[in-house]
Design a protein. Structure first.
Length: 342
C-alpha cells in the first residue's frame, strides 16, 4: 500500500478546511430528522474524513494549532455521529470519564498560557508584598488580616481561625472558577482580569504570611484542598478564554454561531470541573478544619492534584473516535465532498 508524501501545511488546510467547517455545522444539528438520511450519511463521511485528517496532522504537524482545531471538531462530531437518544442517560458519565479530558486536552495550549499567566500573577503579588507590604495588605480581606500580622502567636491560631480562613479560600476559589467561565463572553478580557486579580491576592497573602512567621500555618490550612482548587480555577479560566478566543477568531461564522459552537463545550468544561470542586470541599472539611499537620496535608493535596492532572494526560490523549478511524484513510488522500449544507 502506497503512502502520500507530506503536503505543505497551508495546502493541507486550504484543501480540507471547507470539509471541517461543514462537519462542524452538521454536528450542531442534534436531531437526525432535520438532516434526513442523506445528511446523516454525509455527516458520518465527513467525520471519518476529519478523523483521518487529525491522524495525518498529528503525524506531520504535531505542534501546529491545526491539531487542536481538528481535535475539537472531531470530538464534537463524534458525539453527534455516535450518540443516539437511547444512549443519552449514559452520556454524562461518559463525558466526565473521557470527553471532559479530551476537550481540555484539545485546549492545552490555552491551558498552558492561562497557567503561566496565573503563576505570573501570583509571583507579582508576592513581589508586591515584599516591596510594598502596606499596599499589599489592602488586598487581604479584613477578617483574615491576622494571618499576615507578626504579632499573632501560636496560641491565637485556633481551629476556628484555621477553619474560617480555609473556608474563605475554598468559597472564593469556587466563585472564581464559575465566574471565569461566565466572563468569557467578554471576549475573555474579564476572565483574564479576574484570574490576574486573584493570583495577585493569593501571592500577596502567602508572602505576607511568610513574612509574619505564619507561612507554615497558611500552608497547612490551604494545601490539602488548595492545589486542586487552583487547578480548577485555571481550568475554569481556560474555558472562558477559549470562548473569548473563539469569538475573536470565528472564521466564517457569525458571532452568535461562534458563541454557540464554543460556548457549549466551555459550559461542559465548567460542569465537568464541578465534581473536582466537591472533592476539594470534602478535603477542606476533613483536613483543614481539623488542624492536620502540614506534612500529611501536603501529601493529600499533591495526591489529589496529581490524580486530576494524571487523568488529564492519560484520558485526554485518547484520540476522539480512535476506535472507529479507518486506518486505510490515513495513508491515502481523502476525497472531500462539496461543503454546501443540506
Amino acid at each position: 500500500m502506497g503512502t502520500i508524501a507530506p503536503m505543505n501545511l497551508k495546502r493541507f488546510e486550504d484543501e480540507r478546511r471547507g470539509a471541517w467547517e461543514a462537519l462542524e455545522r452538521l454536528a450542531l444539528i442534534a436531531d437526525p430528522a432535520r438532516l434526513g438520511p442523506s445528511g446523516v450519511r454525509r455527516r458520518a463521511r465527513l467525520y471519518r474524513s476529519a478523523a483521518a485528517d487529525l491522524a495525518y496532522a498529528r503525524n506531520h504537524y504535531p505542534h501546529d494549532a491545526v491539531v487542536d482545531e481538528l481535535e475539537r471538531v472531531v470530538s464534537m462530531a463524534r458525539t453527534a455521529v455516535y450518540d443516539s437518544p437511547t444512549k443519552r442517560p449514559g452520556t454524562v458519565r461518559e463525558y466526565l470519564w473521557t470527553g471532559y479530558w479530551q476537550d481540555l486536552w484539545a485546549r492545552r495550549r490555552i491551558l498552558a498560557i492561562t497557567s503561566l499567566f496565573f503563576v505570573g500573577a501570583v509571583a507579582f503579588g508576592a513581589f508586591l508584598a515584599q516591596t510594598n507590604p502596606d499596599g499589599a495588605t489592602v488586598l487581604v480581606p479584613e477578617d483574615f488580616l491576622w494571618i499576615t500580622e507578626a504579632s499573632t502567636t501560636d496560641q491565637e491560631l485556633g481551629a476556628i481561625d484555621l477553619a474560617g480562613f480555609s473556608l474563605f479560600i475554598l468559597t472564593n476559589n469556587i466563585r472564581v472558577t464559575v465566574l471565569s467561565f461566565v466572563l468569557g463572553i467578554s471576549f475573555g478580557v474579564l476572565t483574564a482580569a479576574l484570574l490576574a486579580y486573584n493570583g495577585v491576592v493569593f501571592g500577596a497573602i502567602g508572602a505576607l504570611a511568610v513574612s509574619a512567621g505564619n507561612g507554615e500555618v497558611a500552608w497547612e490550612a490551604v494545601v490539602g484542598h488548595g492545589l486542586l482548587e487552583l487547578s480548577c480555577i485555571v481550568v475554569g479560566s481556560t474555558a472562558g478564554v477559549s470562548l473569548g478566543w473563539r469569538m475573536l477568531n470565528r472564521g466564517p461564522y457569525r458571532l452568535g454561531e461562534a458563541i454557540r459552537i464554543e460556548g457549549s463545550t466551555a459550559f461542559k468544561l465548567a460542569l465537568g470541573t464541578a465534581p473536582w470542586l466537591v472533592v476539594a470541599g470534602l478535603l477542606e472539611g476533613f483536613l483543614s478544619r481539623t488542624g492536620t499537620d502540614w506534612v500529611p496535608a501536603t501529601i493529600v493535596g499533591v495526591i489529589a492534584a496529581g490524580a486530576y492532572w494524571g487523568l488529564f494526560v492519560r484520558r485526554g490523549r485518547i484520540p476522539p473516535g480512535n476506535s472507529v478511524i479507518d486506518m486505510r484513510q490515513i495513508t491515502r488522500p481523502v476525497k472531500v465532498e462539496p461543503t454546501t449544507l443540506p
